[in-house]
Design a protein around this ligand. Sequence first.
Ligand code: PMP
Length: 374
Amino acid sequence: MTQELTYLDHNATTPLKPEVREIMLQKLSSPGNASAIHKVGRTARRDIEEARVQIMRLVNAGSRAVVIFTSGATEANNLVLKGCGCERILVSAIEHPSVLQARSDSEIIPVLLNGVIDLAALDKMLEGNDRSTLISVMLVNNETGIIQPIDKVMEIAKKRGALVHTDAVQAAGRLPLDLQKMGVDYLTLSAHKIGGPQGAGCLILSNCVSVLPQIFGGNQEKNMRAGTESVAAIAGFGKAAELAIRDMAAFQKLSVLRDKVETELKRIAPALHIFGRDMLRVANTTMFTLAGASSETQLIALDLAGICVSNGSACASGTVKASHVLKAMDVAEAEAGSALRVSLGWNSTEKDVDYFIQKWSEMYDRVKSRLSAA
Ligand code: PMP
């Protein structure tokens, strides 16, 4: 008998929305190369251009912005950091590894203990700056769900003449986005965080900037990213973007379930610490710790009960090592090593949350005596 899964790891990947799956199956059954001149090629081209418009709508990009499709946000982040042509690159300490590791010469902007980027430090780093500079700060952190003050980053960038990139992967579909109001130069999205497929993402360029290609061999995507476009994945991405607008209000209501998890766990284990509870956060994410009960122990116990959660970002959690985000927030090793992230999404229910609370509570009962002795 297969065990039913309780999937609470939406920040790692969201399950495909049924409408997206339907579109993708249609496109997979009539493949065409969007660069071909013939009818099938032209249909594929039309599908890609429709997806571009759907994605631009999600972020209110304005008609002069350019969407460059990539294999995902990792590639989009690499593309902008390597291809922006700037002499200096400043990235926050809590960025996704695809930003942190894209260049070895990036300078790190510290974050405060509360998980928010240190704006004073950023301003200081740019004092007297006369080199072309890109600042990369994510809109929402994937581990804590904390929203970063991109408007303040923009103020500093304008004053100091720097360009700004934001990785909006965990913000799309979770917060209303307006690229034109935000004023950032580059924005990254990923399909599989908004109910779309894995393997599709994009970099959006505002009307004033460009990017040097990092992959060569074709003139797709306005010569900025060579390679045959994956029509089904891109069409799925476009549909997911359209649905993300429709489902935004429902997403924001997930805070009720998220708050229930936090209230109940805190009642069961008063020593539990919740990261960023008083900060501006997206509705679906909670990250907490109970020093003494290792993340690994908790993940295994919950996995045995059919519950999928995470100890941080998916890319780091394969190795169950302490989160670089918590480290940047100066969280002690013991606490960081016991962190757990629960992230809800479009198909999460109260039943899922109640089951999680019940199983976490049973696990807590088993380890409680060890914790108080520690
Ligand atoms: N940035 C952030 C904030 C992410 O959460 C992720 C996915 N964990 C990525 C980038 C990478 O996205 P992709 O899986 O599309 O490469």
